[in-house]
Design a protein around this ligand. Structure first.
Ligand SMILES: *Cc1c(COP(=O)(O)O)cnc(C)c1O
Length: 330
């Protein structure tokens, strides 16, 4: 196993299920649809960041850390899963949060992931207006060190070549499941935002020498800069797991057009997608990521972009806890 040389702290319930979306498929027509249930990774309501956290917390422990610091918006799923991972590993956890979405409701600011961060025992630092998260972290670090802590900083979304290992492993897991089920997956679709999920999938598919297309759906209208970041992380991750050949240009693809007014801003397509998956499949998506990515999948199927003989796997990256912060949209 090419990934066994990396320190890894077990957190996730793996493998996550790969399930057919038969009722959605009948509703839409078109390709065979599966869903990879990474909302079921198990840690503190699950999600994609748990796979990354296994390697990031592994690295933190190997470095002798006693504390982790990470950052995100108020409703960050990454931050919530990191708080849970740190709790399980016995590390103190500091979360540096900013108001990156212009939603002022009390539920947005206090419910959903914000509520869970506090329940999970993390110290929550909210940036003052005008302060960057980087500045807040730069102030926090020396204070923690002065108190004798050994802090380990995890970047936004856990997206670096260490966190991406979680999705390189997920790509191998998905190929194994597809083989066992006797299917070949032509494409995987999922929400892409800080890039680590996509980068890890690209590296993992290259490692598996699989012909599966990795197609990220942009959820924040930042596809050009994100693509640069995905490539940088994927190349570092691929090198560290021993991919010999250079990654091909066409391995990197992000589809835009589904982010509406930007990150965290609801769209009609997202509301439709969340409703369809709930009523046809009993699956709860989320308003920020998987709902917009599923809106993309639905639109591409309706536009006839995929052949009826294709098999597509949507990765449900989690995020349902933020439904409670967006209750007034539904
Ligand atoms: C963070 C997140 C994503 C995006 O993953 P990245 O690795 O940041 O691109 C997708 N869906 C959910 C629910 C997330 O929390």
């Amino acid at each position: 196993m090419p990934l066994s040389k990396f320190p890894r702290f077990p957190l996730a319930h793996l493998p996550t299920p790969l399930e057919p979306l038969d009722r959605l498929r009948r509703h839409l027509g078109g390709p065979r649809l599966y869903i990879k249930r990474d909302d079921c990774t198990g840690l503190a309501l699950g999600g994609n960041k748990t796979r990354k956290a296994e390697f990031l917390i592994g690295a933190a422990r190997a470095a002798g850390a006693t504390a982790v610091i990470t950052e995100g918006g108020l409703q960050s799923n990454h931050v919530r899963q990191t708080a849970a991972a740190a709790a399980k590993a016995g590390l103190t956890c500091h979360l540096v949060l900013n108001r990156n979405v212009p939603i002022e409701t009390a539920i947005y600011q206090e419910n959903g992931n914000m509520l869970l961060d506090r329940v999970l025992g993390a110290s929550v630092h909210v940036c003052v207006p005008g302060q960057s998260r980087a500045d807040a972290i730069a102030r926090l670090l020396p204070a923690l060190k002065k108190d004798g802590a050994v802090p380990y900083v995890i970047p936004t979304g856990g997206s670096n070549e260490i966190g991406a290992l979680g999705y390189a492993a997920a790509a191998l897991e998905l190929q194994r499941q597809a083989k066992e089920a006797g299917i070949a997956i032509d494409r995987v679709l999922f929400a892409t935002a800080s890039g680590g999920t996509q980068a890890g999938l690209v590296a993992g598919m290259a490692l598996a020498e699989a012909g599966t297309q990795v197609l990220g759906i942009d959820v924040e209208n930042e596809a050009d800069s994100l693509l640069v970041e995905v490539r940088r992380i994927a190349e570092a991750c691929a090198a560290s797991v021993g991919v010999k050949r250079a990654l091909r240009d066409d391995a990197f693809e992000i589809r835009s057009g589904y982010a509406g007014g930007g990150y965290g801003i609801p769209t009609p397509g997202m509301i439709e997608a969340v409703g369809l998956l709930a009523r046809l499949e009993g699956i709860v998506l989320d308003p920020v990521y998987s709902g917009k990515a599923m809106a993309g999948l639905i639109d591409l199927v309706r536009a006839g972009q995929f052949g009826a003989d294709e098999t597509i796997a949507f990765i449900h990256t989690g995020g349902a806890p933020s439904m409670f912060a967006y209750a007034d949209c539904f």
